[in-house]
Design a protein around this ligand. Structure first.
Ligand code: SGN
Ligand code: CA
Length: 500
């Protein structure tokens, strides 16, 4: 070794240590997403239906986004928007029937390139295999609640147990075996709380006698809203007694359109022991239901209660499993240097307007929960009022990781809001566009704009209807004011903004 090199060695060693340390100091990211989890059933937002102490903990130790929205309220498109930071018409994934173009840039790819370890466990739903992940195990399409298979890079493997637990187990196992010398980005993407809302066996008996409050609009008649009247997602008409509400009577007297789908693609996945516990629980309810001979409004109310019980039980399992992840971070001294994000791929109707499902630009489905904890940047109990959208997640993650945000990303980093900035530059409203018609639930194609006070929607394709709501006076969007002369100047300016 030359004398010069020997002299340089300590300096080189110091430099390499500094570089290593700098990398380790970069924040980790855990991005948890559920499927169809409504903000109405997350107690940091709404305490009427359920208590979610672990999710609330993220909000209390971090930020609660009070006006968080999606740009296209349906699963795969929402996920494509989050990955790319671009609207559906730019990333190409406009509806659930498409195959995601995995060659395009996404935030996991940028992070991977910057030296992050990246992994994904759970729902994916984008048809093409995930790209940008060192490791992934994803559900086949929607997956199933019990003993669901997982697709890996080269094979498909079986699993045993309740899907929300299994996805968390896989995520924690990955955290345990990761390279601790590098920062990580972990996506934990749950199947719950998607239809058909199958609870964990241990929660089957909970809430059985609980009566949930009825939404004021459960018996909406859709006056002045033809597109709303045309949907097929009503608790009354479309919620299936067997498939959705588990009334699979052994006598076969309850024949419904989805009965065989429930038998052949949902509960057939339970093993013998699981199935016995399942049947012992539901058979009692089936007997009671058959004896009750409910009709009309009483039947709708009964369906609503049954739906809510199973849905909420799925929420409770999610909350339990979020608790496991928070505990892991505490125990492994990772809580301070990890951004933990909780969201859902869209909102959901808990009986509002008489519905389940999503898709519409109305509040319950355009909104989605969004919580973030990162103690180094976010003060506890921060409430953020600004309008944010799922296009903003990718640039936020990149900025926190110190990776430059590419200019073609349409969303904006939310980091300035943590420091008290009260606006997102250039954002006068949110653009929304839903494309999947004709298809299941028959929600018409529509696009629109939502500002902090108003919402303008245009339903198109086989219909040409405009709707306009003043959310301050009519938060439930029952009064379409499109023809109200007092609002014409506002409507005109919103049309211009929408075009822009
Ligand atoms: C399935 C559900 C629908 C749901 C879509 C989209 N039907 O098709 O009720 O709207 O998924 O959901 S089911 O009979 O298969 O349960 S999404 O969250 O994946 O977009
Ligand atoms: Ca969804």
């Amino acid at each position: 070794m030359s004398k010069n090199l020997i002299l340089l060695l300590p300096v080189l060693l110091l430099l390499s240590c500094q570089q290593k340390e700098e990398k380790v100091d970069r924040p980790n990211i855990i991005f948890i997403m559920t499927d169809d989890h409504s903000y109405q059933t997350l107690s940091a937002y709404d305490k009427r239906f359920v208590s979610t102490p672990n999710l609330d903990r993220i909000a209390h130790e971090g930020a609660l986004f009070k006006n968080s929205f999606v740009s296209n309220s349906i699963c795969a498109p929402s996920r494509a928007v989050m990955l790319t930071g671009k609207h559906s018409h730019i990333n190409g994934h406009t509806d659930n029937t498409k195959t995601f173009d995995g060659t395009q840039p996404t935030f996991p790819k940028y992070l991977q390139k910057a030296g992050y370890q990246t992994a994904l466990f759970g729902k994916w739903h984008l048809e093409s295999l995930p790209t940008g992940f060192d490791q992934f195990e994803v559900l086949q399409g929607q997956g199933v609640y019990y003993n669901t298979p997982f697709i890996r890079k080269d094979d498909t493997i079986a699993s045993q147990g309740y899907v929300t637990d299994v996805i968390t187990d896989k995520s924690l196992d990955w955290l345990n075996q990761r390279d601790t010398g590098k920062p990580f980005c972990l996506l934990v993407h749950h199947k719950a709380t998607h239809r058909v809302w199958m609870p964990d066996l241990k929660y089957l008996d909970s809430l059985e006698d609980h009566e949930f409050a009825y939404p004021e609009t459960l018996f909406d008649n859709y006056v002045g809203r033809d597109a709303a009247a045309a949907q097929k997602m009503s608790i009354n008409k479309d919620m299936d007694l067997v498939y959705d509400l588990k009334m699979l009577d052994p006598e076969g007297e309850i024949q419904t359109p989805y009965r065989s789908m429930y038998e052949n693609s949902q509960i057939d996945n339970l093993d013998e022991n699981q199935r016995k516990i399942w049947d012992d629980h539901y058979n009692v309810l089936i007997d009671e239901f058959k004896k009750s001979n409910l009709t009309g409004a009483d039947l709708v109310k009964w369906k609503y209660q049954r739906y809510m019980r199973d849905y909420i039980r799925c929420v409770i399992s999610v909350d339990d499993n979020i608790g496991r992840i928070l505990e892991y971070l505490d125990q492994n001294n990772l809580a301070d240097n990890t951004l933990i994000v909780y969201t859902s791929d869209q909102g959901f109707y808990m009986g509002e307007h008489g519905w389940f499902d999503k898709r519409f630009m109305y509040e319950e489905s355009m909104r989605t929960p969004l919580l973030m904890r990162y103690p180094k940047m976010i003060q506890p109990r921060l409430e953020i009022d600004e309008l944010v959208q799922n296009i903003d997640y990718a640039p936020t993650f990149l900025q926190i990781a110190g990776v430059p945000v590419p200019v073609d990303v349409q969303g904006q980093s939310l980091v300035p809001l943590f420091g008290g900035q009260k606006e997102i530059p250039g954002r006068n409203g949110l653009y929304y566009h839903y494309y999947e018609f004709p298809n299941e639930h028959m929600v018409k194609r529509h696009y629109g704009i939502r500002t902090d006070r108003y919402k303008l929607i245009h339903f198109y394709y086989d219909i040409d209807d405009w709707e306009f709501y003043d959310l301050k006076d009519d938060p439930q969007e029952m009064h379409n004011l499109m023809e109200d002369s007092n609002y014409q100047p506002v409507i005109d300016s919103l049309k211009t903004e929408l075009k822009n």
